[in-house]
Design a protein around this ligand. Structure first.
Ligand code: ATP
Ligand code: ZN
Length: 513
């Protein structure tokens, strides 16, 4: 029963859509339908629009943006993947174009863009009702039916190690949230929404939404992302004086979240119900305008997908993430990728003897048969450049310890190797597991010499310290890394083509025992 002074608000939300546009027209029709039923509404996105499909490889976020603008999103925060192209030749040009083209503001209270020449001008470190679309704010004040609502954004600090933000930095999320709440409350605003890319139940080593709700009083709603959590019902946190509702809508445009709220006159939530609408469910029709707008993108994707690389896979190339997959074990695809990287690096610097590829950078398997460009780009979507590092044997061993430290748990930093044979004992404590390392050149096998210097190929993401490889970051900062400019998927295509028919095997390159 609505009391006087009550305010009803519906929040529609998405997160981690990752370039999945095949069913975007269905999302458009759901949004239009809910807007028609619920006049007091907001539409928010918790980040990670970038990376994941050929739509992203081809259109760099602009295809997604056309539909986000069509749906009239009210605000979005940055996910870690928004920074994925920071290591590419164009730096954050795609992200800049995305922000500038957005017909909504981006909210980012703990992200500092000032170090990046392209992005710096777009950021305003303010909490304001007087905002412009296509710019970044710590927080915005949005009026809905005469009520002011504060909306601010937070991005996981882990972005520094799992993506490529470069000179863009992330500060403590709790401190930023406290500042945001204080800034809104100083304006008399008592309805506050955090749009976050922290994860619902992500490792407490960094940050997550439940820790945020518990630590900061005054946040009414957290619209989350990052852990791809399917919260079929909102999570209602009641540990503070006033409750906080946390929502997250799984991933890949599978769901549109809807949260219906009632606030009392003090801005306290007195009722909440939420659900996830399945975007691809029977009965959800495609919006005709959106479906028509999609054709120009989907036609192009079909074309790219079907182009042949000129190579054929005679066996399944395992890029899976499950047990025995690329984040825990040697796989034949990991071997093929590192072989290709080593072959390319040797052409540039004949002294290169080893190649390393992070398992987290291998994003999909490749099926038996003709290998298409589309498959390769899906497997290697980051467009990473080649890096050739000069490392001592001791440094390399430190890196290999880092690679297997979490085994048998999955770890994006798990390294696939060419030119090496590594044995480790998983029963030993992390940091002292690696038992034997041999450098292999054809049939010649020599023990790794800790004091000798080796030329080691990898991708720039890993060479700059991605996945926590501090020993590589140090070499990078010391100027011991060269970047000849070769791109990962191109090296792979060249290598596969030179083989014609590929049939990589497991070769005991990485041995737990
Ligand atoms: P989400 O994909 O939604 O962000 P998540 O944070 O768990 O979820 P993962 O899918 O685990 O992300 O991807 C993180 C992993 O991706 C990192 O551990 C790293 O190995 C890999 N990765 C990220 N960026 C790059 C890059 N530019 N090059 C190579 N690998 C990368
Ligand atoms: Zn994601």
């Amino acid at each position: 029963e609505a009391a006087t002074g009550d305010f009803e608000l519906t929040i529609m939300h998405t997160n981690d859509t990752h370039g999945n546009l095949d069913k975007v027209a269905n999302r458009v029709s759901l949004v239009k339908q809910i807007r028609a039923e619920k006049p007091n509404n907001l539409l928010l996105d918790g980040g990670d629009v970038f990376s994941g499909t050929l739509y992203f490889n081809e259109f760099k976020g602009q295809a997604d943006l056309e539909f986000m603008n069509m749906m009239k999103y009210d605000a979005m925060t940055f996910g870690n993947h928004e920074f994925d192209l920071g290591g590419s030749e164009d730096g954050h040009a795609a992200l800049k174009a995305f922000v500038e083209g957005a017909e909504f503001p981006l909210v980012a209270a703990n992200t500092d863009f000032s170090g990046d020449a392209n992005m710096a001008d777009l950021q305003n470190e303010t909490y304001t009702a007087d905002y412009n679309n296509g710019e970044i704010y710590s927080g915005i004040i949005k009026e809905v039916d005469g009520e002011e609502i504060g909306i601010f954004g937070l991005t996981t600090e882990e972005t520094t190690s799992i993506s490529s933000p470069g000179d863009i930095t992330f500060s403590d999320y709790i401190a930023a949230a406290e500042e945001a709440v204080a800034a809104f409350e100083a304006e008399g605003i008592n309805k506050i929404i955090a749009v976050t890319h922290l994860g619902f139940d992500d490792s407490t080593e960094y940050d997550n939404d439940q820790l945020l709700a518990a630590a900061v009083e005054g946040i009414d709603v957290i619209v989350g992302g990052h852990t791809h959590k399917k919260l079929s019902e909102p999570f209602f946190f009641t540990g503070n004086a006033e409750p906080t509702v946390i929502v997250q809508a799984n991933e890949y445009n599978k769901f549109l979240g809807q949260l219906d709220l009632t606030f009392d006159e003090d801005g306290v939530i007195t009722s909440q119900t939420g659900k996830l609408h399945e975007v691809g469910a029977e009965g959800v029709t495609a919006d005709p305008e959106a479906a028509e707008a999609l054709v120009k993108y989907s036609d192009k994707i079909k074309e790219v997908k079907n182009q042949s690389t000129g190579a054929t896979a005679e066996v399944f190339l395992n890029g899976g993430r499950n047990a025995g997959g690329v984040r825990t074990a040697e796989t034949n695809l990991g071997n093929l990728i590192t072989d290709g990287m080593l072959a390319a690096a040797k052409k540039i610097d004949a002294d290169t003897v080893i190649a390393l590829q992070n398992g987290g950078g291998i994003r999909a398997s490749i099926n038996v048969g003709d290998i298409t460009v589309g498959e390769v780009l899906t497997t290697m979507p980051f467009g990473n450049a080649l890096a050739i590092m000069s490392l001592t044997g001791a440094e390399l061993k430190t890196a290999l310890e880092h690679s297997v430290r979490q085994f048998p748990e999955e770890n994006g930093g798990f390294l696939h190797v060419a030119g090496l044979e590594v044995s480790f004992d998983p029963t030993q404590p992390a940091g002292s597991r690696v038992t034997e390392v041999f450098v292999k050149n054809g049939d010649v096998r020599t023990a790794l010499d800790p004091s000798k210097t080796y030329k080691v190929a990898t991708n720039t993401f890993t060479a700059k310290g991605g996945d926590g490889y501090e020993v590589f970051a140090k070499a990078y900062n010391d100027g011991r890394v060269s970047e000849p400019g070769n791109i990962d998927f191109q090296m792979f295509i060249d290598h596969a083509k030179s083989l014609g028919k590929v049939k990589p095997m497991l070769e005991n390159r990485i041995n737990p025992k």
